[in-house]
Design a protein around this ligand. Structure first.
Ligand code: MRU
Length: 367
């Protein structure tokens, strides 16, 4: 075993002591995917078994499984599980159903590139092996789905280490949305806080509640609190005050798609946080795997922003409606943070600094 792998294995053990590690797994029957239903958190930690195409589509759409890398991992397993159910079909019919399933899942959410990235990987496996038997194709599909998951684990561990290298004992860090172990394997933007805890460092985290779907309140504060990290929940509109108070040394956020010039789509509100941070002279880092970097997308203007149901703002989390029934409502799920507002992009291959158009390209050229 190489020294690098031995060191990552050590990081993994440290993370396993503080992180949720079973957010997505292949069912023991090899015909289902078992997820933690993220909509029910933090009140109920419940596992949900997904066996059919429509439930897989709805699990992504309704955010039962969410966070860019987690959606990719789930999509890989979903393609395998759905194909496994078609194992008795003739090969042509099997491949036709495979392509239809892929198209449908791909339409569930548009912004996080990891979904189409994982589906493309599964697709390439089916195409490359199409001369083989259905049984052999299935074996390869399972292998690929497991690889997507295992690679994500390694990527997260590296990102946690690189992210932690930016922090020092006593730092206050503001984060937005959820990019912890529920959203990926061991976490990207929030992974370093857990690793810091595992190593006895004292990091104070301020978690934006993240309107309207409250991923910060329901998921981030839940994950960090259960691990014993010093976390303080704030409403999104309090970020400016905590920065002005001098409580924030760095901002760590996740990402759903990074364009070739470094413009970054992340949960709605992230760009506002970055603009505030610039005002107060606080560095902003986005943390995510290279699978979230879309070199085919030149800049943020080319990122498709998902629009969601207005009821998520008006009624979803309340006993009674919180707005007049007919009032117009605009509910974009993500916004784009201009690359000029970012101090660095933390990937599993290292920290990328400006100029991002040059240095992101180098990251891929080095492969
Ligand atoms: O709508 P969501 O909850 O899927 O949005 C998630 C985010 O914006 C995360 O910050 C991003 O996907 C990174 S998760 C490691």
């Amino acid at each position: 075993m190489s020294n690098i792998q031995a060191s990552l294995d050590k990081t993994r053990k440290e993370m396993e002591a503080v992180a949720i590690t079973d957010n997505i797994r292949l069912g023991e029957d090899d015909r289902s995917i078992v997820i933690i239903d993220q909509v029910k958190l933090p009140n109920v930690l419940e596992y949900k078994t997904i066996t059919d195409l429509e439930s897989a589509y709805q699990a992504i759409k309704k955010l039962e499984v969410r966070g860019a890398p987690a959606i990719g991992i789930f999509a890989g397993y979903a393609m395998y599980v759905l194909s496994k159910q078609d194992e008795d079909l003739e090969k042509e019919e099997f491949l036709k159903k495979f392509r239809e399933n892929r198209e449908y899942l791909n339409s569930s959410r548009p912004t996080a590139v990891n979904l189409s990235w994982a589906l493309k990987r599964m697709d390439a496996v089916a195409e490359d092996n199409k001369e083989k038997t259905v049984k052999e194709i299935l074996e390869q599909l399972k292998k690929e789905a497991v690889s997507i998951h295992e690679e994500d684990i390694q990527m997260c561990l590296n990102i946690c280490e690189y992210g932690l290298s930016l922090l020092k004992d006593g730092d206050g860090v503001l984060t937005h949305c959820n990019a912890g172990p529920l959203a990926t394997s061991f976490g990207t933007a929030q992974g370093p806080f857990l690793l810091a805890k595992a190593r006895g460092m004292d990091i104070r985290v301020f978690a934006d509640e993240t309107r309207p779907l409250l991923q910060g309140a329901r998921l981030t504060s839940f994950e960090l609190d259960r691990a014993g990290v010093d976390v303080t929940l704030i409403c999104d509109n309090m970020a400016s005050l905590v920065m002005r108070n001098g409580w924030i040394d760095k901002v760590f956020v996740g990402c759903d798609r990074i364009a070739a010039n470094g413009d970054t789509a992340n949960k709605i509100g992230t760009s506002g946080v970055a603009i505030l941070a610039k005002h107060y002279g606080i560095p902003v880092y986005t943390l995510g795997p290279t699978s979230t970097i879309d070199m085919n997308c030149p800049d943020g203007d080319h990122i498709h922003i998902e629009l969601r149901d207005p009821d998520e703002i008006k009624t979803m989390w309340y006993e009674k409606p919180m707005a007049p029934e007919h009032v117009k409502c605009y509910n974009p799920s993500f916004d784009v943070t201009d690359h000029t507002l970012l101090s660095g992009i933390v990937t599993e291959k290292g920290i990328v600094y400006p100029p991002f158009d040059v240095n992101l390209k180098k990251l891929f050229d080095e492969e």
